[in-house]
Design a binder for this molecule. Structure first.
Ligand code: AMP
Length: 506
């Protein structure tokens, strides 16, 4: 059997030929019946540009149907798609090009690319000089889908790089097909669904979850160029599923029209990529009647755990259970032994979703994936008696103060409940007595609030609810947090900003 993900998708579209695969700016761009030829024309264009099996094709662009077609055509040709964040500068991109050595760079006209003409490049604009869509439109479709083995590479995604130099996670066809099949079951997808998709296609969440689920389910995907709260609120009544990161939901809550009426046709709202505050979960439930389904995943393994489908089983602050076929263990101590329920340790996973390692980084791969095949996620957390998983934070963000381990997520959840507080980021910075001192960096719920009053409220709550060693040694109010494209707080930047706080320099 051909394990090519594209072959798996196309085989599932029989009977849905007349239905739009994607909507773009309110219009059907392509039906499921049109899809093989549309992909085939892009494939023919890629072949004409010299792309061969196993070659890397880098895609640096904002969302568009042409992006999705390019991605699928790269896979159909047996080549490897390397989507990258369009926000990268030309010099950041040059580093990734050096690493991935793509034969072709497909880019949007608004995004920065290095000077010169290597690698060969084409644009995703509908027409004009070097337009891939225009080239594809003039060619006869190449309908073949290259035969691939399960372990052949489909994509390389550079991890979000919130810290350190980006590494390319090598995703195999098997990783992507097993994951989408697991999500299809777990989240009860069907061809009756329609998905509102405002996530970036260059990221695992937008590509492997939102786009893939539409293609696997023969469900129409309403694709947006980017997240826009007003647009999303207006489109919600037209779809059955919405997926987002926590910041999408907090932005939607700022809009009066985000309520029961707006979600009247929604069966499922999913959240992930960063922790969803229980207070936000509760507010959404109060406003819309929906309990958000939170899941946990990462670039290297696509989706790992999910809360159950039954709404009562969705518990805020937890990420649920490993998906079928995925093993998750919490380890700690010298021998990295498995820890009992309730104890926080490092999360390791194994399963058909786990990538083959890091592109051209054998040492980093060996460090991350042990001889028994378990991958060190870099996240900390614990399981309860029943196996339900709670994330405590990134191991790099673990704070050790006066010899005690402090897990930021626990403090963040407690302090985000404080009146007047919108959000909290807990960081550790050098402290002369304690090694590290806990700093609570806080954003205000409203601009009219007095910083001193917020600080006092946070301090009182911390004293009441947190053990003494966990209580912040300083509280700082900031207008907003530095965040990456997926809404994750860039803690390394905050640590840098407040590095001198306890040494008299801050
Ligand atoms: P990325 O590779 O960009 O998808 O980032 C993956 C990381 O995001 C994980 O290792 C976690 O630290 C974090 N993450 C993803 N989903 C969640 C979640 N539901 N709750 C907390 N952290 C999450």
């Amino acid at each position: 059997m051909n394990a090519n993900l594209v072959a798996i998708f196309l085989a599932r579209h029989a009977g849905h030929e007349a239905k739009p695969a994607w909507l773009w700016q309110g219009e059907a761009v392509c039906t499921f019946g049109d899809l093989p030829a549309a992909i085939g024309r892009y494939r023919a264009a890629l072949v004409q540009l010299g792309v061969k099996r196993g070659d890397r094709v880098m895609i640096k662009a904002e969302n568009s149907p042409a992006f999705a077609l390019t991605y699928l055509a790269v896979l159909a040709a047996g080549a490897i798609a390397v989507p990258v964040n369009p926000a990268y500068t030309a010099s950041e991109l040059a580093m990734l090009i050096e690493d991935a050595e793509p034969v072709l760079l497909v880019h949007g006209s608004a995004t920065a690319v290095p000077e010169g003409d290597a690698p060969k490049r084409v644009t995703l604009e509908p027409d004009g000089l070097g337009s891939l869509p225009a080239l594809a439109a003039g060619l006869a479709p190449d309908l073949a889908v290259e035969a691939m083995a399960e372990t052949d590479l489909a994509a390389i995604l550079f991890t979000s790089g919130t810290t350190g130099r980006p590494k390319g996670a090598m995703l195999m066809h098997r990783n992507l097909s097993s994951n989408v099949a697991a999500l299809f079951e777990a989240w009860r997808f069907s061809d009756a669904d329609s998905i509102l998709h405002a996530l970036p296609l260059f990221h695992a969440h937008g590509l492997f979850v939102a786009l893939h689920l539409g293609l696997y389910s023969a469900a129409t995907v309403h694709l947006l160029g980017k997240f826009d709260a007003a647009k999303v609120a207006a489109l919600l009544p037209t779809v059955s599923v919405f997926m987002g990161v926590p910041t999408f939901y907090t932005r939607l809550l700022e809009r009066a029209e985000f309520g029961r009426e707006a979600v009247r046709n929604i069966r499922l709202m999913i959240c992930g990529s960063a922790p969803l505050l229980p207070s936000v979960f509760a507010e959404i439930e109060a406003r819309t009647g929906h309990r958000i389904l939170e899941r946990y995943g990462m670039t290297e393994a696509a989706m790992i755990t999910s809360n159950p489908y039954a709404p009562d089983g969705r518990i805020p602050g937890t990420v649920g259970y490993p998906l079928p076929g995925v093993e998750l263990r919490v380890v700690g101590g010298e021998g990295r032994a498995e820890l009992p329920p309730g104890e926080v340790g490092e999360i390791e996973i194994r399963g058909p979703n786990l990538c083959a390692g890091y592109w051209r980084r054998p040492e980093a791969t060996a460090e991350a994936i042990g001889p028994d095949g378990f991958f060190v996620t870099g996240d900390t957390g614990f399981k309860d008696e029943g196996g339900r998983v709670t994330i405590a934070g990134r191991s790099k963000d673990l704070i050790i103060s006066g010899g005690f381990n402090i897990y930021p997520a626990e403090l963040e959840m407690v302090l985000a409940e404080v009146d007047g507080v919108a959000d909290v980021a807990i960081i550790g910075v050098p402290h002369p007595d304690f090694g590290e001192g806990v700093v609570a960096v806080v954003t205000a719920a409203r601009p009219d609030l007095e910083p001193a009053a917020i600080e006092a409220a946070v301090e009182i709550a911390a004293r009441k609810k947190l053990a003494r060693f966990k209580q912040p040694k300083a509280i700082r109010i900031v207008p907003e947090f530095p965040r990456n494209a997926m809404g994750k707080v860039l803690k390394a930047e905050l640590r840098q900003q407040f590095a001198g706080l306890f040494s008299g320099e801050g």
